[in-house]
Design a protein around this ligand. Structure first.
Ligand code: NAD
Length: 491
């Protein structure tokens, strides 16, 4: 019997100009395990967003703007240390907001959140700009070289699935490049961004450099339409991304957009099946399927279709353990909210209407305890769905996967690419010629071979088609987090 922990309802103020600001206009943050209220976030209105943007503008010209690059890198690394020092607190609030197991948040969310500051701290020092010598009619020539400037105030609009990780993937490079930020975390998961405000003060980040405002889409819209915000970086749904692009158009801001996906997996007949099931299983079910890079449709060569289907069902049955987040064996939590549970379950129903055979799951578990108030769904595996069914073409963002047979390589590449999205693809093969032949033909910003979710932060991250505009990661993020000027010196 799991001991019920009394939840003390926390207040989550905004963080503006180095100070915590309550507005009294609160909204509840719920614990997806049981549905209890865990926090009340103070929604920011126009006055708070204006104050945050003004503080961020002022900070560009204060001590932060005057810091040497080396000093700033040191401070960004200190933020990583600060997160690690308070690792357990970050873990606690991330779990309360998302319901995810400690085993996931302690390996993925918090360490990768800290790593985003550590890794990007030296991004400017590590990536040279270009230099071109050119000829001139007088024979003396001219020298061109590029200089990177911070873009200015960056608005960061982030989602709920990996709250700290995805927000810091933007805040890390933004700060390392000398920008200041106004963050609007998801209304569903506002805690870790707020706690990070305390870390900023502890490590001496000047006031106004890092600001957090809470609220729903309306608060986000106050940032995206704000004339003094210089760039907007967004991660979330494609529909929201499109609304944001409209909102930034009148003030001509730069943007970086990471959006939805309907990522394909492919299992070729020559795949190493032990490895395939382990990696594919993770890619379908990690974080209860709420990973933008996760796999929701898997094309399996017909010669091994039944074997792969059976083994994936065994994986779901034996490897995924529901439970309370603090139980060591738990690796499968609820989805983030009742609203999202209802969306996922509506696809479970639709799958059956569209002719799916449910190989595993297909519903919501019941526990006979307080967890029945939470937002749970079962991991689910289908076969028999048509490639053009809604379940196979629309993003579900849950722990569900459709298995579809294929017969040859050209056919499966077409099937994988036949989508409006283009975020990630994952395929399994032991034939090295095939690996290098297939990988470049997949229309996805990130292609994994015989693996999934392995991320070197120096590499490009982003989506093709409706999954994204622009790339973050390593030198690529500099396109957005800096503005380049070319200096041309006539010799
Ligand atoms: P969402 O689009 O509903 O919300 C994302 C953020 O946008 C939230 O902070 C929300 O409050 C804000 N927002 C909503 N309307 C807004 C508006 N009009 N103006 C400004 N801000 C607004 O997304 P979500 O449900 O939080 O996240 C899940 C989605 O994110 C999925 O589609 C998933 O694929 C996608 N995602 C993509 C990536 C990636 O890197 N491509 C990573 C993670 C998640």
């Amino acid at each position: 019997m799991h001991e019920h922990k009394e939840i003390k309802v926390r207040q989550l103020p905004n963080f503006i100009n180095g100070k915590f600001v309550e507005t009294g206009n609160t909204f509840d943050v719920l614990y997806p395990i049981t549905g209890e209220v865990t926090a009340q976030a103070h929604a920011a209105g126009k006055a708070e967003v204006d104050a945050a943007v003004a503080a961020a503008q002022a900070a560009l010209h204060g001590p932060w703007g005057k810091m040497s690059q080396a000093e700033r890198s040191k401070m960004v690394r200190a933020i990583a240390d600060g997160v690690n020092r308070r690792f357990d607190e970050f873990l606690e609030v991330e779990v309360l907001d998302t319901g995810k197991p400690y085993s996931v948040a302690s390996h993925v969310d918090i360490p990768r959140g800290a790593a985003n500051f550590e890794t990007f701290a030296d991004v400017l020092r590590e990536n040279p700009t270009e230099a071109f010598r050119m000829d001139t009619p007088d024979g003396l020539g001219a020298l061109n070289y590029g200089i990177r400037h911070p873009r200015g105030v960056i608005g960061i609009i982030s989602p709920w699935n990996l709250p700290l990780l995805l927000m810091t993937f933007k805040a890390g490079p933004a700060l390392a490049c000398g920008n200041t930020v106004v963050v609007k975390p998801s209304e569903v998961t506002p805690s870790s961004a707020t706690l990070l405000g305390e870390v900023m003060n502890e490590v001496g980040v000047p006031e106004g450099v890092y600001n957090v405002v809470h609220g729903y889409g309306e608060t986000g819209a106050l940032i995206t339409s704000h004339p003094d915000v210089d760039g907007v970086t967004f991660t979330g749904e494609t529909v929201t991304g499109s609304i944001i692009l409209k909102a930034i158009a009148p003030t001509l801001k730069a943007s970086s957009m990471e959006m939805g996906g309907k990522n394909a997996g492919i299992v070729f007949e020559d795949a190493d099946l032990d490895l395939t099931i382990k990696e594919l299983g993770r890619s379908c079910f990690l974080n209860t399927g709420q990973v933008c890079l996760g796999t929701e449709r898997v094309y399996v060569h017909q010669s091994i279709f039944d074997k792969v289907a059976d083994r994936l069902v065994d994986y779901a049955k034996n490897e995924l353990k529901y439970g309370y987040p603090d139980e060591e064996s738990t690796n499968f939590g609820p989805v983030v909210s009742d609203e999202h549970r209802d969306k996922v379950l509506s696809y479970y129903k639709l799958a059956e209407e569209e002719g799916a055979e449910v190989l595993y799951g297909g519903g919501a578990p019941t526990f006979g305890d307080e967890r029945d108030g939470g937002s749970w769904v079962e991991p689910t595996i289908w076969k028999g769905l048509a490639h053009d069914s809604r379940v196979v073409t629309e993003e579900i963002f849950g722990p569900a996967v459709a298995l579809i047979p294929f017969t040859d390589e050209d056919e499966v590449i077409k099937l994988a690419n036949d989508t409006d999205y283009g975020l990630a693809a994952t395929f399994f093969s032991t034939n090295s010629s095939r690996v290098h032949r297939v990988a470049p033909q997949l229309e996805a910003g990130i292609v994994w071979v015989n693996s999934w979710f392995l991320r070197d932060l120096r590499t490009a991250f982003g989506g093709m088609k409706q999954s994204g505009i622009g790339r973050e990661g390593g030198v690529h993020g500099l396109e957005f987090y800096t503005e380049m000027s070319n200096v041309c010196v006539k010799i």
